[in-house]
Design a protein around this ligand. Structure first.
Ligand code: NAP
Length: 258
């Protein structure tokens, strides 16, 4: 149990972010529930975290907007005085699945800004604050978790910009892990496979069939709480001598099989 520890989870109003928030709430964490537009869903998440035994606070902000990123961190630090864990979870699929040869520059920019540039720069800012808080003795260490995707290595030509953003996040994890290890901050990438959320609800029938046919060695959809459990293991300090690790939460989909 981690009373007093504070986590900022981006995009925590729904889906995987909510699953992570509730799992940390069960361990007594204080969770800052960031969201972009759905205040109702964020309020629901706050109630769920509180019912689970944690504390929670919703903060609106778009991770792709510089002023919002600054305001978000400012709120966390002025309200709670610390940030033990940053979870870069907020992300989006392209608004339309379009073949790579037809994909627009606007879609490329939007997806890259939300999925890669936003988390990259938010991490830079959060890490600097964590370093200061550690130096001042407020915290003994910090942790950063990036929610990547199997799309970092699986080609989907109808959402190529998403794949490129997640491949970038994989490198971002290594870079920050390397730079921050000696500062007392560890960095991880969780790489989900097919998780049942609003993001995948548009392709439910397709994935139901593929999973039925054995696409995932563990034959079921992944759930937000599957990702939440891994975050708890990291947050609670069960991976103390690991950094830059990729943890697949995908029912074994990454295994090469004959
Ligand atoms: P989701 O159900 O669509 O939920 C997205 C969440 O992110 C919502 O809370 C949304 O807030 C928030 N959000 C979106 N854009 C944002 C922005 N610019 N700034 C701040 N918050 C923003 O998505 P999900 O399936 O839970 O996905 C979460 C993460 O897991 C993403 O990074 C995604 O790429 C990754 N992932 C998902 C799967 C999967 O199968 N679902 C697989 C691999 C990786 P509002 O509620 O306010 O809109």
């Amino acid at each position: 149990m981690s009373a007093n520890k504070v986590a900022l989870i981006t995009g925590a109003s729904r889906g995987i972010g909510r699953g992570i928030a509730v799992a940390l709430g069960q361990q007594g964490w204080t969770v800052v529930v960031n969201y972009r537009g759905n205040a109702e869903a964020a309020a629901e998440c706050v109630s769920l975290v509180e019912s689970a035994g944690g504390k929670a606070h919703a903060v609106q902000g778009d991770v792709s907007v510089r002023e919002d990123r600054s305001a978000l961190l400012e709120q966390v630090l002025t309200t709670f005085g610390r940030i033990d864990l940053l979870v870069n979870n907020a992300g989006m699929a392209p608004r339309q699945r379009v073949d790579i040869l037809e994909m627009t520059e606007e879609s490329f920019d939007e997806v890259m800004n939300v999925n890669l540039k936003g988390p990259y720069l938010l991490t830079q800012m959060a890490a600097k604050n964590m370093i200061e808080l550690i130096k001042d003795g407020v915290m003994s260490g910090g942790q950063i978790i990036n929610i990547g995707s199997m799309s970092a290595y699986v080609s989907s030509t109808s959402r190529s910009e998403y794949c490129v953003s997640k491949a970038g996040m994989a490198m971002m994890t290594k870079l920050y892990a390397d730079r921050l290890a000696n500062e007392g901050i560890t960095v991880y990438e969780i790489r989900p496979g097919i998780i049942a959320t609003d993001m995948t609800s548009v392709v439910t029938a397709k994935y139901d069939k593929l999973i039925d046919e054995g696409l995932t060695p563990i034959r079921r959809w992944g759930l937000p709480e599957d990702v939440g459990k891994i975050c708890v293991a990291i947050a609670e300090g069960y991976l103390p001598y690991s950094t830059g690790e990729v943890i697949n939460v995908d029912g074994g989909i990454h295994l090469q099989r004959l």
